[in-house]
Design a protein around this ligand. Structure first.
Ligand SMILES: [Fe+2]
Ligand SMILES: [Fe+2]
Length: 208
């Protein structure tokens, strides 16, 4: 009886250790978040490329450049999330981005709504989970996206204001995107090195 009890306790102990070990080695929330992030950023990139096209058709050249620059930034975020996911030995399932293209004013509002959700809800939660699960690669990738989306929100908000006042010619005429982290600048005021990842400005992608 005593031996049986001992064996049972040993079994419970070993199982608990195995379970705990399993929990810390598989960051399940971060894996789900990286997949959701890839889907969100890939969709945003395709959506903003379509919005750029629409803005060109409507004669809003400066707003088209903004959409094009941000589309590039979101593609870089998706790439970085994908690398972080693959570092965890995981793969992304195939999916098809879906979105609506309306007027440029409506598209800007949709962009503002999307960036607001990302900066106020999505990346806040993703970063909390990645910090809890201690996934360095994901923390870095989510932080770069989170910090960039705040700038996108600001650019889009100013663009919609300008459009409403018929002053879109006062918007930046050129943008620069960091190819490493997606950081997005008015090309008239770039830093010598990217403020988020330190990449030199000579490497920036310029949208003229
Ligand atoms: Fe963004
Ligand atoms: Fe950067």
């Amino acid at each position: 009886m005593k031996t049986m009890m001992k064996n049972l306790m040993l079994f419970v102990f070993v199982s608990s250790v195995a379970l705990l070990g399993c929990k810390s080695s598989t960051p399940t929330k971060t894996i789900e978040n990286l997949k959701a992030g890839i889907k969100g950023e890939t969709t945003a990139s395709a959506k903003y490329a379509a919005f750029a096209q629409k803005a060109m058709e409507e004669g809003y050249d400066t707003i088209a450049k903004l959409f094009e620059a941000v589309s590039k930034a979101e593609a870089i975020h998706a790439d970085n999330h994908r690398k972080a996911l693959e570092d965890l030995g995981q793969k992304m399932e195939d999916f098809t981005p879906t979105f609506d293209v309306k007027s440029t004013a409506e598209n800007l509002q949709a962009a503002i709504d999307g960036e607001t959700y990302e900066t106020e809800t999505m990346y806040v939660q993703f970063l909390e989970d990645a910090n809890t699960e201690k996934v360095e690669q994901a923390i870095k990738s989510f932080t770069w996206a989170f910090d960039t989306e705040k700038k996108h929100l600001d650019f889009y908000t100013k663009a919609l204001e300008a459009l409403k006042l018929n002053k879109e010619n006062a918007l930046p005429s050129s943008y620069a995107v960091c190819p490493v982290c997606g950081n997005t600048y008015d090309n008239a005021s770039v830093d010598q090195n990217c403020a988020f990842c330190q990449a030199p400005k000579e490497k920036f992608i310029v949208i003229n």
